[in-house]
Design a protein around this ligand. Sequence first.
Ligand SMILES: NC(=O)c1ccc[n+]([C@@H]2O[C@H](COP(=O)([O-])OP(=O)(O)OC[C@H]3O[C@@H](n4cnc5c(N)ncnc54)[C@H](O)[C@@H]3O)[C@@H](O)[C@H]2O)c1
Length: 351
Amino acid sequence: MARKTALITGSSGLVGSEAVSFLAQRGWTVHGIDNNMRGDFFGADGDTTWNLERLRREVREFEHHDLDIRDRAAIARLVRDLRPGLVFHCAAQPSHDLAAKRPFDDFEINALGTLNLLEAAREHCPESPFVFMSTNKVYGDAPNELPLVELETRWDYADEARREGIDETCRIDTSMHSLFGASKTSADLLVQEYGRYFDMPTVCFRAGCITGERHSGAELHGFISYLARAIREGRTYRIFGYLGKQVRDNIHSYDVCTAMLAFVEHPRAGAVYNVGGGRANSVSILEAGARLQELVGLPFRSEYVDEARRGDHICYITDLGRLRGDYPSWEITVSLDEVLEHVAREPAPVT
Ligand SMILES: NC(=O)c1ccc[n+]([C@@H]2O[C@H](COP(=O)([O-])OP(=O)(O)OC[C@H]3O[C@@H](n4cnc5c(N)ncnc54)[C@H](O)[C@@H]3O)[C@@H](O)[C@H]2O)c1
């Protein structure tokens, strides 16, 4: 049987690189787009060259394209030449804090870059599933309006009925998003619109914290991965506000790929899903620091900055009900503790 062709943007990053290996193992020929912009954003910690080299060594059916998704003509040409059977769009400026310093880069990459890909797909492969990695920042800080209780090491939802967390009905406007959240929300709406208006099989995966060994963790992006790096390297980890009890649920990049494939096999038009680790994979900074300290065998040194990141979530747990309802065979396969053990043991090399 002929191999199908996938196009993955951000293919040297955490999710994109996982997807390269994941799809190649399942019979796809994979073309990746990445210009190592992460290195430009975050310096040496964010440099993804090591990951690209690893993919080139390990994945035979992989071809890399050193392209910028802002380059509309080049993206259109590549999509025309490949006519991929799947577009998995993972390239982004991913940091809330950096977006305020580089608003044009942020918007041009996150919003316009997405539009470039959508238009190219509409022109050359409108039947192919288009999977967009969106973010829970589309909800801005509206999730902070839920009543919370302060426990010894974490915040939690006060209302039993909200235990499972935030679902897709949470409003997306009239809250603070960060410029990153605003550019990603623009992209999220465009991806939905290409599904609804043009009837293309598009989906937005609104993710919280994604994690895994392939992250080039930097202080401004990559919660667990950077925390592990800080402990291993004796760096002081800065905790911004909320007493270090802020909660995130974490999903391994492998489990994002299985959700992506579930959608590709049974696509819908203009779908939206919250994707995350769920309550079982939720952890606060204090809890993750304590566990990693144990696993790495070195102290968790932290400095408390008494000012929260603007628009930051206090307690965010993903309600997976809609995704599980539409794709009942999808499940979380990597537990939080497995993730922590892995990142504690096997750091991403620094280039
Ligand atoms: N990691 C998370 O916790 C998380 C959470 C929610 C949403 N997301 C979203 O998931 C997607 C993937 O995240 P990730 O953690 O793999 O990020 P990542 O930074 O590891 O990977 C993104 C890749 O895109 C590349 N890139 C950036 N700008 C580019 C451009 N203009 N042209 C070509 N390539 C470019 C970067 O070099 C990087 O390798 C992003 O859209 C991100 O917003 C991630």
